[in-house]
Structures are given as C-alpha cells and as structure tokens.
Design a protein around this ligand. Structure first.
Ligand code: DGP
Ligand code: NA
Ligand code: NA
Length: 214
C-alpha cells in the first residue's frame, strides 16, 4: 500500500555503531515496524556476505584468510559498489532500505588500523548518500560485555577504541542522530521509530537521491 505517485521515493536509512551495539536487532525491528505501517521496505546489510566478494570478506573476518589492509578496504568498498544500482532502483521505485552498516564502517574500521582518512573515503565517493544515519552509541567496554563478543577479527576492546575515534571524526559537521544504545531495547526501538518514520515521510516527496560524500 505504498504511495505510488511518480516522484515518491524510498528512504535510505543507515545504522552504524561498534560491534555488538545492537544495530542488527534494531534494524530488523525497524523494518518490521515500517512494513506494519504499509511501507515498502527492505533490510540490507554490509558486508553482504552472499556475493563472491562478500565471501572473501567473510573469510577474512573469521580469520580464515589474511589480506593486506588496503586490499580488504577495497573489497568492502567493492561489496557496496556491486549493490549500488540495485539500491538505486529500489529507492526510486519507492522502497525504503534499512541498512545495517555502510561506508562509514568502511572508513571507521580502516582508519582504526591507521590508514589515511581521505584515502579511505575515496573509493566510497559516488555511492548513494543516505537520508539518515543513526549511530547507536555504546562504549567499547559495555559492548564487550555483550553475548558473543570476540568471535570475529575486529571484536577487541583496544581496536574498538580506535574505531570510536574514527567514528567521532566522521560525526564532525554531520547530522547523524546519536542514540544511547545502553537504554532498554524497547526504548531504543521507540526512539528509532520516531526518527525514521519522519525521514521516510520527508523522502516520499522530498529531495532526489544524492551521492557520497555530500
Ligand atoms: P557485521 O556483519 O555488521 O558484524 O560486520 C562485520 C565486521 O566487519 C564488523 O567488525 C564491522 C566490520 N566492517 C563492516 N564494514 C566494514 C568495512 O567497510 N570495512 C572494514 N574494514 N570493516 C568493516
Ligand atoms: Na560484528
Ligand atoms: Na553488516
């Protein structure tokens, strides 16, 4: 029952945050919520481990393979590029996409290793710019206490401290919405629903899609 007027487009909503900040759960709840209201919505995630590039990334993350820091950075980026045109088609067709991680993870996690900020951003230029970035804010220490922590390559407190620093650099001058990820799940859920619904409505007859970094 989505708005089928010709200029109606979907919103591109990104959830970012440290590992175990709860964004995967919240992304899925958000998608269900919008669907329940009759919106056309899809839940996506990056890395998308289902593609051949995504399988290389997955094997790297589980420490089954080793790759040069620049090489893995470009693979993560390629993984977003291979979905760009489908993403554009969906959004223009009126479908909202809730995205579990995007280019900001790409920059934050590679900068955390010491790679140059501008170098990290470069391959992301020209991907679609999100309409909304939600940052689920949690300290590395709190995140590390959550279930399942430590199972993949980047889930170490020292490293996540560096990731936080990089996210902070990305936040400067941005209009990210920062949400306290240590609140009860239902409270976070309600908070996100309100922000996202507002964004979805604005996008229906709002500005056309633009490119990163804008
Ligand atoms: P997830 O499936 O959301 O748990 O992400 C897997 C891990 O990969 C997580 O530690 C975050 C990290 N990650 C996500 N996107 C990127 C990226 O573009 N570049 C790098 N270097 N790491 C990423
Ligand atoms: Na993770
Ligand atoms: Na992901």
């Amino acid at each position: 029952s989505r708005d089928s007027s010709s200029n109606s487009r979907g919103a591109l909503v990104v959830l970012e945050g440290l590992d175990r900040c709860g964004k995967t759960t919240q992304a899925s709840r958000l998608a269900q919520y919008l669907e329940g209201l009759g919106h056309s919505v899809e839940l996506w995630r990056f890395p998308d481990r289902t593609t051949s590039v995504g399988q290389m990334i997955s094997s790297y993350l589980s420490n089954e393979s080793q790759l040069d820091d620049h090489t893995i950075h470009l693979l993560f980026s390629a993984n977003r590029w291979e979905k760009r045109s489908l993403m554009e088609t969906k959004l223009k067709g009126g479908t909202t996409i809730i995205l579990d991680r995007y280019s900001y993870s790409g920059v934050a996690f590679s900068c955390a290793k010491g790679l140059n900020f501008e170098w990290c951003k470069a391959p992301e230029v020209g991907l679609l710019a999100p309409d909304l970035v939600l940052y689920l804010n949690i300290s590395p220490k709190m995140a590390a206490e959550r279930k399942g922590y430590g199972s993949e390559r980047y889930e170490q407190i020292e490293f996540q401290n560096q990731v936080v620093e990089a996210y902070r650099d990305l936040m400067i001058g941005s209009n990210w919405q920062i949400v306290d990820a240590c609140q009860p799940m239902e409270v976070i859920e309600k908070e996100l629903q309100e922000i996202v619904l507002d964004c979805v409505k604005k996008c229906q007859n709002g500005a056309p899609l633009s490119d990163l970094w804008s």
